[in-house]
Structure formats: C-alpha cells, structure tokens
Design a binder for this molecule. Structure first.
Ligand code: NDP
Length: 313
C-alpha cells in the first residue's frame, strides 16, 4: 500500500505496533517490522542502559525501520533522547507531554516524530510543534489515556478534519474490520497495542497474557483520572482504586495507593491481584497468543478482503 504514512516510515503495511511498557521490547518491535508493519520499542519502563541494549538488538534483528516510544514524563528523558540520536533510530513516537520540547531537536537529527493525542485541540498543538504525524487515541485504548473519554469513532474524523498532517488511529483496533473502519474515517494507519500484548514476542508475563484471553466485555475501566488516567483490567487493585475514588479520595491518597512499580508488578511479574494490568477494551475480542508476524498478516489480509469486497447497497 502507498499512502503518506507508508512513505513517511518506508513501510509496506500501515500497521503500527504500540510502544507499550513491559510488553514492547526488541523481539516484538523487530517481528512487527519484519512483517512489513512498524514495530516500536516502549522506552517508558527501560533504564537508559536497557534502552541502548534494546535498540542495538533490534537493529541486529531487522533491517527494516522501527521506532521508539518515549513518554515525555519519563524521569531520565535526556539520556533516552541522546541514545536515540546516537544510535540513529529513524522514528520516535512521543506521548504524555508537550511535543514542543523535543520535536525540533529530534528533527534536526533527521528523525521522524509522531505525537500521541486524545483530542483535536492537542492534535493542533502537535501539528504546530512540527511533528510529522499524529496518533489519535480513543477512549477504548489501554494504558494511559485522555480525560475527555472521546471514543475512537468520534475522535478520528474530528482530528482528521482539524489537521493537515497524517493521522494514525488507535484505541479499540485489533482486526482488519476495525482497521478498515478507521481508514474510512480518514486515518492513514492504525496503531495497535492490546492485540500485540498477546503475541509470542511480547515480554509481558504469561499470566497477564492469559488474563487478557479470559477478559469479557466490560472487564476494563478507565481509572485514576485525578492522577494520570489509565485503562486497567479489573482486579483487586483496580477495585481498591474504584472504592477510594467513590469515597472521594484526594490525589495524595490515590498516589499513595498506587505506590511505585505497580505496572511492572502486574504486567511483567504477573501479579494479577495487586498489579496494574493496562489493556484496552478490545481485550474481550482477543482469543489466542500467536507470533506477531501472524497477527500482522491476519489483520492485513482481513483488511484487504474487506477493502476489495465493500458492502453492497
Ligand atoms: P512508577 O513510578 O510506578 O515506577 C517506575 C518504573 O519504571 C519502575 O518499575 C522502574 O523499574 C521503571 N524505570 C525505568 N527507568 C526508570 C528510571 N530512569 N527511573 C525510575 N524508574 C525507572 O512508574 P510506572 O511504572 O507507572 O511508569 C513508568 C514509565 O512508563 C513512566 O515514564 C510512564 O510515563 C510510562 N508509561 C507509559 C505507558 C505507555 O503506554 N507508553 C503506560 C504507562 C506508563 P524498576 O522497578 O526495575 O526500578
């Protein structure tokens, strides 16, 4: 396929794997890129030395382009930026922060920059900051999310109307059908997270992957809106958060309840009761764990099948 996103990243299929903490290391990123999509290393959970090693391994495992996702609130962000520049990573996806801060510097080094937003207002700000493309992420998405609760169906056409640069749709997409739907709404690519957590190459704990396979409709909830909103699979920890929120807990109380390293505990160490389990609503549609290459092929073939046989009226 040839569109602005495929040309921008030099990829065959406009299928982008989200850079998820504790899931997206070099194995997953390289597998998705080798399958013709764009793989992303999720740097938010990696110490600087770990990111450097992950990028080098990814470069050995694929000759195709790949990206790094950088949450801008990461504590040692300058070190991550220097590593990315030094190792000539071609594409960076930034999230959770002001895109003005680093876009210029990254672009000076020839790096393509994409910023993740959850509203048209921030899409415009990202465009003004000079990014090359935008990920517009709807309410359905797992992990960190917007406060406004705008669904993908409403967000994508609004953002596509608001900006001139290409838009990548995220949130609730795990199949060729949903990919086709957002492309009709104006997106030029999809970013997919939850489906790739249940890949063989994702570094998430097997217990977390199995919990996703067992997830039913309604099993996730957007929590902690007073701090940083995050969509979690319901468990004992998420219930404690909900009870505290219903009781009117202060930010300080919620911060103490969250503590440190909950995401690692849940998604990487497999503590299904007390850990944070960040996953999207679409988890209820995920039924198997398979190689990333097969996930990309399945989504792409379903997409092509629908695109070549549109609904007849
Ligand atoms: P916490 O403050 O609760 O814990 C920090 C975690 O990050 C620890 O598990 C720690 O590993 C690890 N870590 C990696 N590098 C550093 C560093 N330089 N300094 C301190 N800790 C580090 O944060 P969270 O686990 O909730 O989030 C971690 C990061 O991931 C944040 O930057 C956040 O913005 C980002 N994030 C990104 C998401 C995404 O989807 N892209 C979703 C959620 C969070 P260890 O336990 O080994 O010390």
């Amino acid at each position: 396929m040839q569109n602005r996103i495929c040309r921008l990243f030099n990829i065959e299929k406009p299928i982008i794997q989200a850079g998820m903490i504790w899931a997206s290391g070099w194995e997953l990123a390289a597998a998705v890129s080798n399958a013709g999509g764009l793989g992303i290393i999720g740097a938010g959970s990696m110490y600087p030395g770990v990111l450097e090693e992950q990028i080098k391994k990814c470069q050995q495992a694929t000759s195709k382009p790949f990206a790094v996702n950088l949450p801008l609130l990461y504590p040692d962000i300058d070190q991550h930026i220097q590593t990315i520049i030094k190792l000539k990573v071609p594409i960076v996806f930034t999230s959770a922060g002001n895109p003005k801060t680093y876009t210029h510097l990254l672009k000076e080094h020839g790096i393509r920059v994409v910023h993740v937003v959850s509203s048209s207002k921030f899409a415009l700000k990202a465009q003004e900051a000079g990014v090359d493309a935008i990920v517009a992420e709807g309410f359905e998405a797992g992990g960190h999310n917007g406060r406004e609760e705008t669904t993908t169906l409403c967000l994508i056409p609004a953002v596509c109307d608001a900006v001139a640069i290409p838009v990548i749709a995220a949130g609730g997409i795990a199949s060729g059908k949903s990919m086709y739907a957002v492309m009709v709404l104006g997106a030029e690519a999809v970013q997919i997270g939850s489906r790739f957590v249940c890949s063989e190459e994702s570094s998430s704990h097997i217990a977390f992957k199995k919990a996703i396979l067992n997830a039913q409709e309604g099993d996730t909830k957007l929590s902690l809106k007073e701090l940083t909103p995050v969509r979690l699979l319901k468990n004992i920890f998420a219930t404690k958060v909900q009870e505290a929120e219903l009781a009117g807990a202060s930010k300080e109380t919620l911060t103490n309840l969250l503590g440190r390293g909950r995401a690692k505990k849940g998604m990487f160490e497999g503590d299904l009761e007390e850990g944070e389990l960040e996953i999207g609503q679409v988890s209820s549609m995920i039924k198997d764990i398979k190689p990333a290459k097969e996930i990309v092929a399945e989504i792409w073939n379903d997409f092509l099948n629908i695109a070549n046989n549109p609904i007849k009226i």
